[in-house]
Structures are given as structure tokens and as C-alpha cells.
Write a protein that binds this ligand. Sequence first.
Ligand SMILES: *Cc1c(COP(=O)(O)O)cnc(C)c1O
Length: 358
Amino acid sequence: MRPARALIDLDALRANFRLARELGGGRKTLAAIKADAYGHGAIDCARALQGEADAFGVACIEEALELRQAGITTPIVLLEGFFDADELPLIVQHDLWFAVGTPWQVEAVAAFQTTATLRIWLKLDSGMHRLGLSPADFRAAHARLSALPQVGPMVLMSHMARADELDSPRTREQAELFAATIAGLAGETSLCNSPALLGWPDVRSDWVRPGLMLYGANPLPGHPELSARLRPVMTMQSTIFAVREIGVGEPVGYGARFVAERPTRVGVVALGYADGYPQFAPNGTPVVIDGQPGRLIGRVSMDMLTVDLTDLPQAGLGSRVTLWGDAPRLDVLAPLCGVSAYQLPCAVKRVPHALLGA
Ligand SMILES: *Cc1c(COP(=O)(O)O)cnc(C)c1O
């Protein structure tokens, strides 16, 4: 069997969740598990957090229905709402909560007749300019929706565009615009994503919405000291299944991106970019080989990659190689490869998951 594995440490997930809840002041916590829990397995993560999370956040009804079909009964919020009004009967049937963040969604809700109570997260555009109603539209929509018999108490939400930049005034400006816009309106509030929770202790709301930090990656690249508080959930690993020695001047792999400057022992690892490892990870990218620091050499192939074993004489056939996990951390590896810590686990595919702490 091919040895590539993504180990998913559910105890680490729970520990990170508890940290997020604590940072949020112990208030309500929505765990963002969209995109298959950022590649970690939405059903497994939901089961691990069921009973602790106050809600789960997903991107679309398809993701929500998978969770319901797996027996998850916790409230689920469609963070982008519905994409078509014909989803509304299903939303009611499966007892889903949903964001309303664009005028046509307001119209669709107003036109939808039901005896059920709709649970809306009304979204303000406080400066990100992607989704959310403008401040003027927001107050009008709140009044209109509140007056409808089918609409229950709403959560008032907004989303931060630059909470990972601690020297930018934008996060505070967004929080101030949010506070001014919702003044006097009924409803719980929800503002903080992971970087806001970790970086902006005075920006708080009734509901916090951590995503990336739950998976143990630090969303504030400029603040590595925060990493010690977050336990990596995913360990990407495989083993060496071929070894060769090459002489000075000999290349390795596609495009001869690595050329040996000394006699070099090359290990071939069963994991490549089709598994989600970044194709353009540079020569020297850190890996861990049987617990020892090692390095990638040569361009990553679709199903394989190559590592330097010259300084690791004990390592060879069958040696275990960790591509990311406790070391190297996702948030360290990603910038070396020109991608974000969000993108890497989301790209994982083909690799079987193995659950720890289930
Ligand atoms: C994905 C998402 C989050 C979580 O963001 P992180 O940066 O991963 O913590 C929070 N709120 C909304 C609306 C989202 O879509």
C-alpha cells in the first residue's frame, strides 16, 4: 500500500478550539469547517467538536447536508447564505442557519412563505467589500426582516479583511463602523475570525468564528511567538521507497533544478504535488526524516519528491518523512513555498487520513 498519510490529531483540534473559545471570552463559538474542514475532514472534525462548538460554519448547503447526513445535529451556518432561492425549503427542512449578505437574498427571504422560523446571520459590509450589505441597506434590511413572521432573532455579523496586519488601522475602523451601524438593533453580534481572535483582543463579539487556528496554523505570519499556543492538527507523512547515489554535477528530477555539488545520497519519497504538496517548494525546503531535520532537493513531481540523505547516514529505505506537522509547521512551510497556510491543507487530496484521538 502506498505509505502517504495525513494524520489528523483530534485532541489537538479540541485543544485549539478551547483556546479559541477562551480568547473569545467564553462566548459562543462557531467552528469554521468549510472546505472539508480546510482539508482535515469535515465530518471527523465535526464529530470531534460536537458538544463543544455552538455552531459549525460551512460554505454551502452541499457541505451542510453532508454533515446532517453524518448525524451532526449542532447548528450549521451557511456562511455565504444560499446561491439560489430554491435552497430555502431545504434550509428549513434541515434546520440550517444562513447568512444574508446581498440585497437579492433579502428579497428572496421576504418572498419565502414558511411556518418555520428562519435563523439569519445578517451581514454588514464594514470594509471588506466582498459580501455584506452596505450600512444604509443593513439597517433597512434589519427592519424589514425583523417585521416578517418567518424570521427569528438575527445574528449581526461582519468580516475582517486585514486582521492579520496588526499595524493596520483597518480592523479597528471596521469594528467601529460595525458598532455604529448596529447601534440600537436587536441581535447577537459576530465579528472575529482567527487573526482577529489572536491579534485583536479588544475586538470581540457574542459569537466568534475561528477557522485556521482550529487546525493549529498561526494566521499571523509576523508573530511566530503565537505558534506555541496552537497545536498542528495535520501531519503529512510518507516514506522513502528508493535511494540512489549521484556524483558531483549530476542533476535530480524535472528540469535539473537541483545539481549535486558534492556526492549526494538521494531518497525518493512517495508523496507529490497531486497529494497537495506545493509543486514549487524550493531546494532546501525543510522536511523531517526519521525525526532528524532534512531538506527537499529537486522539483516536486506529481506522485514523488526527493530529499537529501547525504548527512543522514542512518536514513534510507523505509525512513519516515514528515512534510508538515509539528515540524515543519504549516505556517512556516507555506511562506517558503509562496502559498498561504490556508491553501496548503485545503489542497490535500488522494492521501488517506488516519485519525488520532477519535
Ligand atoms: C472562513 C470564515 C471564517 C474563518 O476564518 P479564519 O481566518 O480561517 O479563522 C470566519 N468567518 C467567515 C464568514 C468565514 O467565511
